[in-house]
Write a protein that binds this ligand. Sequence first.
Ligand code: BG6
Ligand code: MG
Length: 218
Amino acid sequence: MSNKTFIFDLDGVIVDTAKYHFLAWQRLASQLGIEFTPEHNEQLKGVSRVRSLDLILKLGKIEALQEDKNKWLIQKNTEYLSYIEKVDQTEILPGVLSVLNYLKEHQQNIVLGSASKNARPILEKTGIIHYFDVIVDGNDVTNAKPDPEVFLQGAKKMNVTPNNCIVFEDSVAGIQAANIANMISIGIGEKEVLHEAQFVFPNFTHIDTTFLENLLKK
Ligand code: BG6
Ligand code: MG
């Protein structure tokens, strides 16, 4: 059995925090008089905080001063932090722990590849930080997904080649980043949205050990 590197996105893959990002952006958008729907939100998933705000302002055709943008970024993050303050193990998405345990038992590398600057506190609060050999988050990268930088940094830190990496992602931008990086892309979510992924599962409970065994044999 070979040694592979499994790179997990965080928000919407490991924990159910994508909904909190959405709520916090939606509040800001409505304050600015911009209609912001779950469909619009798909474009923001996996995207950095700064770029997300730009996308929302573009949606509302608003040109803003940097000073105002900075204020709104702080406001969004403050609201988001108030949601994640209470995050605990119960917010780990179904099936995630079984897959993490399987990979650990089979001596596979486990990496976090997230755009979020809040990734570490979430991993700590949910009690799963010890699973990760390497963590690459929004504090480490300069280019947001779909740029593959976050995943390539993970591979580099693990000292492995991209073609031996498997990425779990819930966002269109993240799947594109994994594909550009020449890694196996596995979408967690809806097939219609994540159609660029090599495999798509509604959630981790649909990923069985036969599927994982086959990935290890590749
Ligand atoms: C990604 C989320 O994981 O992180 C995005 O999918 C979010 O919605 C991005 O905007 C940045 O997160 P943070 O916590 O640094 O604002
Ligand atoms: Mg995500």
